[in-house]
Design a protein around this ligand. Sequence first.
Ligand code: B3K
Ligand code: ZN
Length: 864
Amino acid sequence: PLIIRRQDYLPPAWLVPEIALDFALGLDATHVTAKLNVRRNPDGNGASVLRLNGDQLAPVAVRIDGQAVNDWRLDGPDLLLDLPGEAHQVTIETQLNPAANSQLMGLYASHGMLCTQCEAEGFRRITFFPDRPDVLSTYRVRMSGDKAAFPILLSNGNCEATGEGPDGTHWAEWYDPWPKPCYLFALVAGDLVANHDSFTTRSGREVALNIWVRKGDEGRTQHAMDSLKHSFRWDEEAFGREYDLDLFNVVAVSDFNMGAMENKGLNVFNTRYVLADPDTATDGDYDAIEGVIGHEYFHNWSGNRVTCRDWFQLSLKEGFTVLRDQMFSADMGSPAVKRIEDVRVLRAAQFPEDSGPLAHPIRPDSYQEISNFYTATVYNKGAEVIRMMRTMAGPERFRAGTDLYFDRHDGEAATCEDFVKAIEDGAKLDLTQFRRWYSQAGTPQVSIVADHRDDTLVLNMTQVVPATLNHGGEGQPEKQPVPIPLKLALFDRETGTHRGEQLIVLDQAEQRFVFEGHSRPPIVSINRGFSAPVAIEFERPAKDLVFLAAKDDDAFARYEAMQSLVVRHLIAVVGGNLDERARNAERGAIAEAFGAVLFDPTLDDLMRGELLILPAEGYLAEQFLVADPAAIHAEREALKAWLGDAMKDDWQDLHDRVSAAPYSRDAAARGARKLKTQALAYLAAGAPAEAKTRAIVQYRKADNMTDRQGALMVLAGLDGAEREEALADFHARYAGNALVIDKWFSLQAGSLHPKVLEHVRQLAEHPDFTMNNPNRVRALYMAFAVNAKGFHAASGEGYKIIGDLIRRLDPINPQTAARFVPSLGRWRRIEPKRAAQMRAELERIAAEPSLSRDVLEQVTKSLG
Ligand code: B3K
Ligand code: ZN
């Protein structure tokens, strides 16, 4: 396989300052004429050959300076041209079939509309071009097509002219004055309607805002529009960033590989991150829409105005933009709850990546297929790394750093090193050692031993960055210590207070931190706010964790104490290290902590809900070198059932209290809804008959999707006619609403029902199921792949379902197929019997004759 390496970067030999594109649009035949003004790059290698990347393209015609030429040649998928002079105009015609494009990269058809996805390397499926992010061009785009089929014609920048053509056609011409790499190009043509609004920037520019959707969906766009306006305002206030065109378009598409795409002035979105109303979208959906709308908007500066030199720098735009969207969502809602949710995502998605065969630094050193590197590591750990810089610098100095970064690199294709240097210079911070966070994979493990003598507390700390093994060439056996900023508070166990939060930085392999003036051994609250993305091992008495769970004034630390209490209990139970008396004593301590949370009047319900969530199975599995997922699942469910039963009255009272709150989008009502379904879930585990009765009522009375989905989730895991009735009712009620039917698939595939394997097989044959829509594929199979009960079934059937899916989906949509490989790739960390089954499934995939580069890279690295 061809391995692309970061150290092999060379500047482009040719630049393309301008491109003019002409599209004659048709669903199954689109003709593209591309005129490239090219000139030799003074910083290039002087080669006279111009390499234009292609992917499944054949040139219909090639002209140089207006003259047809025949002496072009193909090198694999690429087109090579010899150019004698300093500057030329190269014209290339290509012919595409968008309707046949099931990969959803390049130009494709979706429900009668045409749209594009170019990041990372989709533009080369439209025309031959130097498809690399350090080639920046201004784009003039003309498109023409049937007016009835494509009444709306959109591209980047501003629309400069429109007109009528022959035979019921029309055309539009767009011009984007901001030079951009081709991955930010976009075109949309279709029968769309818009929610129109506007925003006036702080310097007085009036920006027209449009959210384009298919007819009938316009009533579900207001939340996205509100989120968009909030994003415009927030980026001005928080980062001093103003929008730079008179127009901002968002288009919702139901066939989309990812969440959304930040094309300049024309963001293209998966419908699931645009459409919402109370009847069809949960509170979680509303939050996700706000976050993704913000994320794509913020890319206008962190990604578009300052872009990436090459794809190894992906975290430059993604890590930073994730941090920005996290800060935005925190400011729009509850910062405490948002931080906890972000950490939960990191632990569920990124920690396993860091400890598995696909581990890579946030700035990878090599890849075979770049689509495989849009990972939780590049995105979420990337955000954590920049967040640590902010923690060490403080908000004001960090802002000086980002101001300098935008100022220094505006209009450029920059590197992660450029970013670090700008923060270093602007925030006046020495980041020499900190740069290791960019080059080392693996989650640092911090061990803490506390020693109290006389009036002095000593914290002895060690850090180890675990070796990431050489699965497929990306190994790092030797690691160096990294600077780990830890926020800390020392609580007096009698007064329950502390003397203020401090920041310590652990930057050696072993280090002692001394704290004087503590006559009693204090209770240590550490990594407050999750100030560093590390795993901490710190043995201490359960009563200290119970104290922090009830009293810590840092919301994250309080959540963490609660989690630790449960995690260490479950590790001990799964390991068979507790006799019945010890187990019951620990369960009692957990119930006591739960009780404190349930009745703490100072907590709001959203936060209360966070504190009552049991640690995820994946996170628990991470705590073992070799995990038994069935035992983890069984013991976690057993604890849930015990809590459900032991605290039955409390859950019922809670369910009664929160059920009385009327629907609204305010925090109190959202908190009530979160607790409503949590109470039901604990009851379902410990008192199923009671839960069923309540779930049926909650389902019937629901006036919003959060309550309805929550009730259906509980019913889907229970047996009986009520389950079938509710599922049938839900399906009939939302027939034709693809996003809600996705939920119907997910609830069943993710359910605790004993027959979940059978259900998933049946759902794959359901008339509503299709392999051609990524949302539907993910709704069924991603929900299943994270359902330990089904996926890790002892028979190995769960692995086979995912293995079969990957093999069937790969020829249709390799990018989406490859996303399922990591679930099987974790076999080394699973008990031997299942590990052998998982490995066998990977080998079956590897034996397929013509795998995509996407799946091949993930499977070979996973087999190691
Ligand atoms: N930048 C896009 C990612 C598209 C990747 C396609 N393989 C979405 C985002 O992070 O905003
Ligand atoms: Zn992004």
